[in-house]
Design a protein around this ligand. Structure first.
Ligand code: BES
Ligand code: ZN
Ligand code: ZN
Length: 508
């Protein structure tokens, strides 16, 4: 039943473009290129004018992620040349290169290539940092080839489940060295992202709080992380009543998963606690959701799954930091044991919350986890959650909402977003929004009226972190996608893994 996992091996090699031997060599072209650039002159000559031919005919425009495959004559050691469009020369970023690498790797799969040479950067000259280019090429190829195929019939998988060797082709020795440094970082980043997607894509009948705990323990063993899973009885003793309330309606009882990575030289107090919402299925509970698109609520565990990718990724990168991961996990179901609208819950922090809508469950499980995180006195807390439909409306699927009580932390995450290509947008929160979350009979209520739904949710969460620098990333719109792109498959995106790993890398 469990399908094969596609393996992507990335190495770097010192070689001229025209000397590279493999199934396919990938080069980039900017939009509107009319003549063969001098970087490709030798290649074109050996390929008996295959490149100049295409450009002359105007069959290839160079739009971002456009592809064309050429079949050069026998003088070249490589049987195919693939052109990938890089779009407007003036708008080139690391993400252009990352996407182009993903596009190439996915196109190579269709051609059943086993060995692909990537030289997408050659044309970019010295515009981009070569180490970072090595990183994003590896990221693009590895994340690009990922596909969820656990339940795919074997015959459908075809050769696309075979391994692909990706070789970063570079002719300058010094650049190969830098490539290799970046490549190793990129591999850790993208493999972390893919581990997150592997779990996040699994359906609700497979992943519930208990089985998610087992996945975490399995991963922790593989990466030398500490892992402790608190069961419902233990959560009750600890006073984690909000996590328990949300899972009350399900036979799959709530869990709190705690992961710990201690890199060499890490201090006693964590450098960061990373918290992720894991609702393994969000039906809405008694405040039940409409049935249209409810199946996508298996992705409501994406924040928690991101924690798995981040902690294993941090271990893979051997970051010299002390990082704790917290995954509050529950299944939100309607039944006679469900929590109800009107219930008042005494949360782990001691603050009481009046439940007005059982579908606003993410902030409930997070408030216990955040209060637990704050007790560890970390230097920072970062949480990720598919928290609000309001954030989907506000930003669409192009950016995640970023909230923070600390400007330097916000700036650091914005910088990490630029590098990782996982875009965030600064959102407001604070006093006025918190006002909307006040209850007549408890400290807080769990919904805040019509306006600013993403901001009131953030204001609620902010009440549980004390004075610890904290950032909240609302990933409701970006954690999963229906649409396949040339550079990635549909389903869980693993959003926030590369972003938060990049942030953590900036701390060392
Ligand atoms: N998991 C949802 C948020 C969500 C919506 C994620 C759409 C992805 C796509 C969350 O638990 C929820 O239902 N939030 C409610 C809160 C409301 C009841 C205050 C929402 O956004 O409608
Ligand atoms: Zn909900
Ligand atoms: Zn939810």
């Amino acid at each position: 039943m469990a399908g094969q996992v596609k393996r992507t091996l990335v190495t770097a090699e010192r070689s001229g473009l025209h000397q590279y031997k493999g199934d396919i060599l990938v080069v980039g072209l900017f939009e509107g290129t009319k003549r063969v650039p001098r970087e490709y002159a030798e290649l074109d000559k050996k390929a008996e004018g295959a490149l100049s031919g295409v450009l002359k005919l105007g069959d290839f425009k160079g739009k971002a992620n456009e592809t064309a495959v050429l079949y050069p004559g026998g003088k070249l050691g490589c049987r195919r040349i693939m052109l990938v469009g890089l779009g407007d020369n003036g708008k080139l970023t690391l993400n252009t290169i990352r996407q182009a690498a993903g596009t190439a790797a996915r196109a190579a799969d269709k051609l059943e290539a086993a060995r692909m040479g990537l030289a997408l950067h050659t044309i970019a000259g010295n515009k981009l940092d070569i180490e970072q280019v090595g990183q994003v090429l590896a990221e693009g190829a590895i994340a690009g080839r990922y596909a969820y195929q656990d339940y795919m019939p074997a015959k459908k998988e075809g050769k696309s489940s075979a391994a692909l060797r990706v070789v970063l082709v570079e002719s300058r020795a010094a650049a190969v060295q830098k490539f290799n440094r970046g490549r190793k970082i990129g591999i850790a980043m993208a493999e972390g992202q893919n581990r997150t997607r592997m779990v996040a894509n699994k359906p609700g009948n497979e992943i519930n709080p208990t089985t998610l705990g087992r996945e975490a323990q399995k991963l922790a063993r593989g990466f030398g992380l500490k892992c402790k899973v608190f069961n419902d009885r233990q959560l009750s003793e600890m006073g984690m009543n909000a996590i328990l309330a949300v899972g009350g309606g399900s036979i799959n009882k709530s869990r709190l998963i705690v992961l710990e990575y201690k890199g060499r030289g890490g201090p006693k107090e964590p450098d960061a606690v990373v918290v992720g919402k894991a609702i393994t299925f969000d039906s809405g509970g008694i405040s039940i959701k409409p049935s249209a698109n409810m199946e996508t609520m298996k992705y409501d565990k994406s924040g928690g799954c991101a924690v798995l990718g981040i902690l294993t990724g941090a271990a893979d990168l051997k970051l010299p930091l002390h990082i704790v991961g917290l995954i509050p996990a529950a299944e939100n179901m309607p039944s006679q044991s469900s929590y109800r609208p009107g219930d008042i819950v005494r949360t782990y922090s001691g603050k009481t919350v009046e439940v007005q809508n059982t579908d606003a469950e993410g902030r409930m499980i997070l408030c216990d986890a955040l209060a637990y995180a704050a007790k560890m006195k970390p230097k920072a807390i970062v949480d990720m959650a598919t928290l609000t439909g309001a954030c989907v409306i506000a930003l669409g699927e192009h950016k995640a909402g970023l909230f923070s009580n600390n400007e330097p932390l916000r700036k650091r995450i914005e910088k990490a977003a630029e590098i990782s290509g996982e875009a965030v947008w600064p959102m407001p929160s604070g006093e006025e929004y918190l006002e909307q979350m006040k209850s007549k009979m408890a400290d807080l209520r769990n919904v805040g009226g019509r306006g600013g739904g993403a901001c009131t949710a953030a204001a609620f969460l902010g009440e549980f972190v004390g004075k610890v620098p904290w950032a909240h990333i609302d990933i409701a719109a970006v954690a999963d996608t229906e649409t396949e792109k040339p550079y990635r498959s549909g389903g869980a995106t693993g959003f926030a893994v590369r972003l938060v790993l990049e942030y953590l890398r900036s701390l060392k």
